[in-house]
Ligand binder design. Structure first.
Ligand SMILES: [Zn+2]
Length: 83
């Protein structure tokens, strides 16, 4: 598993339906899809959906894009460009 160059957290790369790889937090989180919600989640199928996050164990789970949670997101974006 790779780690974030910004903060050192483990990163899970998930391929989106658009064919790009997106760095995500490796722990799945519960969500409920809702159009216009501020949260973004990457589903297991590679779809990016707007959602509200929930702790409900019956909810769908997906992966949070790491740039949303990284404490060093600014550094992280620079690191991403370098590849
Ligand atoms: Zn990070």
């Amino acid at each position: 598993m790779r780690t974030c160059k910004g903060c050192g957290s483990p990163i899970l790369w998930i391929r989106t339906e658009g064919g790009k790889s997106m760095p995500c937090d490796p722990l799945p989180v519960g969500y409920r899809e809702r159009e216009g919600a501020r949260g973004k989640i990457l589903t297991r199928g590679g779809h990016i959906v707007s959602c509200d996050f929930t702790n409900d164990p019956t909810a769908e789970t997906g992966y949070m894009p790491h740039f949303a949670t990284c404490p060093n997101a600014a550094d992280f974006k620079k690191a991403r460009k370098k590849g």
